[in-house]
Design a protein around this ligand. Structure first.
Ligand code: UDP
Ligand code: MG
Length: 343
């Protein structure tokens, strides 16, 4: 049950050649990461299954319970017993591993020709799934929903988002589209490509962009959260941003060395000048301010640079440890693994 993409699989990166026919109704896997969303799940799953029933030949809903501490598990057990939710498969992680890990847990087990990911909190409306499928039928390998506006967010969060995408997309060969989240549909070829990536830091927004393929945006307006509150508090969001930046950029390292050179050269020249002055005019004790200010400036810059390097070293440490991304405590329901009903 744990995530294991072997390095050799990533090196060969041979993508599956199983090209599903895009005309008929596809088989679909819906991945729903969920952390303390009991109330929302009760509403979402019946709605979702109604949509899937109409638009897919066969389907499964993979709810990845990311260590919920509310009564999600009881709710999921009750829902699993409903005949119309026969396609429900629940993957319960051993603790809270984070949304990115939960999504990976779902991806590993998804069996459909197309995979849809949506949040459990009803912000991602299942009624949009037919539109995703239309785009897929017209040839898109990945269809991602882009929020039309961020007006309902605080201006601080908007500025932070702008800054983050600005930094992230600096000089990259591929662009991570801002305003696009995890509400998306992926063809089997994209899923296999994602699964072949061996890294442990699963910053999904970056990985989607990295794999490429034929992508298409679908504008939508996220609904307000129906129950509870967002799990991404500002601090958590900042951590996620840092994970994304270290995983998909290395220009900060170069910026640090450039900064060092830009400071070292004038410092050297100034040093030469001071030595010359000393030799020509003798001992000179003035310059207290210069010493203190430059000492503080250089110490600060050094610590900052060390911090930047440290962030990257920390990620290397995470990767080298090679621990699994998540652990599955239990799971039930067969999803698409169940034999197809005789027709
Ligand atoms: N989520 C998760 N694990 C976490 C945090 C969140 O599985 O540690 C799920 C959460 O249950 C929801 C989705 O990720 O289905 C998005 O979370 P949320 O709505 O809190 O984030 P926002 O919509 O504010 O970005
Ligand atoms: Mg949400």
């Amino acid at each position: 049950g744990t995530f294991s993409a072997s390095p050799s699989a990533a090196q060969t990166a041979s993508l599956s050649s199983r090209a599903p026919d895009r005309h008929g109704l596809p088989t679909m896997s819906c991945i729903v990461p969920s952390f303390n969303e009991a109330a929302s799940l009760r509403e979402l799953l019946p709605r979702l299954s109604d949509v899937l029933q109409l638009h897919c030949s066969r389907w499964e809903i993979l709810v990845v319970d990311d260590g919920s501490r509310d009564d999600s598990i009881e709710v999921l057990r009750q829902l699993s017993a409903q005949p119309r939710l026969r396609g429900l498969k629940v993957i319960r992680l051993s603790r809270n591993f984070g949304k990115e890990a939960a999504l990976s847990a779902g991806l590993v087990q998804a069996r459909g020709d197309v995979v849809m990911m949506l949040d459990a909190d009803l912000q991602h409306d299942p009624a949009l799934i037919p539109q995703f499928l239309d785009a897929w039928r017209r040839g898109a390998d990945m269809v991602y929903a882009v929020r039309r506006s961020r007006e309902e967010e605080s201006s601080l969060k908007r500025i932070g988002t702008r800054l983050f995408y600005g930094l992230l997309n600096r000089g990259a060969r591929f662009e991570v589209p801002p305003d696009a989240g995890d509400f998306r549909l992926m063809d089997r070829c994209v899923v296999d490509a994602l699964l072949a990536l061996p890294e442990r830091n699963r910053f999904m927004k970056g990985l989607y962009a990295w794999v490429g393929f034929n992508t298409q945006a679908l504008p939508y307006q996220p609904a307000a959260r129906a129950h509870g509150h967002s799990k991404f508090r500002p601090l958590r969001l900042a951590q996620l941003a840092l994970d994304g930046l270290t995983a998909f950029t290395h220009w900060p390292l170069r910026a640090v060395s450039t900064c060092g050179i830009l400071l070292a050269v004038p410092a050297l020249l100034y040093g030469l000048y001071l030595t010359l002055m000393y030799l020509l005019y003798g001992h000179n004790v003035s310059g207290w301010t210069t010493i203190v200010v430059s000492l503080m400036l250089f110490c600060g810059l050094q610590l900052m640079s060390l911090g930047v390097v440290g962030e990257y070293v920390g990620r290397i440490f995470e990767e080298v440890k090679g621990r699994p991304l998540y652990l599955v405590k239990e799971q039930w329901g067969q999803g698409l693994d169940a034999p197809a009903p005789a027709t």
